[in-house]
Ligand binder design. Structure first.
Ligand code: PXL
Length: 283
């Protein structure tokens, strides 16, 4: 019997700036997967580069929403979390995993909190250890190089990297955070290529999945990547295929956006390649 897959995306909704739920909803939907949403906050824009943004915290709605879904015995094929604004939200999202996931639910945590060696402005150094605890409850985590270093209590190391450094980072993360897979993003060994290192803990195997390195740091690309990965993985692609599809899709979106000269705060034109993404997944 055919049953449509369903992912629960737990992120904020930033009205402008193309990240979190405004990206997860369309991309996961384009994979043919239902994207149910648990909005954790409503902002006028994301917090990266805009001043004067509004922030409506929805923490107190999380538990009642989760309780309602638990009563519905909602079947979730995946739960995908990203930006979380407080320790309390991290705790509640951990509780939501216990309440809503079954043995087949793919739990994906993107520990969104830092990039380019810096924590996002609203966080301080007490946040990475809390995010690390939530990561320990996941099957797959999607840290970038900064988030990986900060969760290990280390300083950020600027690229280009060596294979030795990346693999030692992955092994140290795997020792401290017992997940099945780590997808480490922002990996680059030269100026030509950039992408992800996929670590399979059971096989103790690292695969590099790289694409063209386009200079510039566009906002929300981590969420574009994460959403494309989740859509592909929940559709039944292998981890390596899902990362390949997500890297290629993200690179296409960045390349178009760079050529258009868009202000980096407004995110990438992910809409342009949604059709290609769907077709790659056989839709
Ligand atoms: O893309 C990550 C993200 C999501 N949501 C909000 C953010 C950020 C990164 O800055 O500020 C509100």
């Amino acid at each position: 019997m055919k049953r449509q897959k369903r992912v629960l995306a737990i992120h904020d909704i930033s009205g402008v700036g193309k990240c979190s739920l405004t990206v997860a909803l369309p991309i996961i939907s384009a994979a043919g997967v239902e994207c149910s949403v648990l909005p954790t906050a409503v902002l006028s824009t994301h917090t990266g580069g805009f001043t004067g943004f509004t922030y409506r915290d929805l923490t107190e709605d999380i538990s009642p929403i989760v309780a309602h879904w638990q009563a519905l015995h909602l079947k979730l094929d995946g739960i995908y979390t990203g930006f979380l604004g407080s320790f309390e939200q991290i705790r509640l999202v951990g509780d939501a995993f216990s309440a809503l996931a079954d043995k087949d639910t793919l739990l994906v945590v993107d520990p969104v909190m830092a990039d380019g060696g810096k924590l996002y402005t609203i966080f301080d150094e007490t946040f990475p250890p809390a995010m690390k605890k939530l990561c320990s409850k996941a099957d797959v985590i999607l840290p970038n190089m900064t988030e990986a270093a900060f969760m290990l209590g280390e300083d950020y190391v600027e690229g280009p990297y060596t294979h030795e450094y990346v693999e030692s980072l992955l092994h140290r993360l795997a020792r401290e955070i017992p997940v099945k897979y780590i997808v480490l993003t922002g990996v680059h060994f030269d100026g030509e290529e950039l992408g992800a290192a996929l670590y399979d803990a059971a096989a103790d195997d690292v695969k590099y999945i790289l694409g063209a390195n386009i200079p510039g740091s566009y906002h929300g690309t981590g969420d574009v990547f994460g959403s494309a990965f989740v859509g592909a993985a929940v559709s039944g692609r292998s981890m390596a295929e899902a990362v390949r599809i997500a890297v290629d899709y993200t690179v296409e979106c960045i390349a178009w956006t760079k050529e258009a000269g868009t202000d980096i705060r407004y995110g990438v034109n992910f809409e342009r390649y949604l059709g290609d993404y769907s077709r790659k997944l056989g839709l």
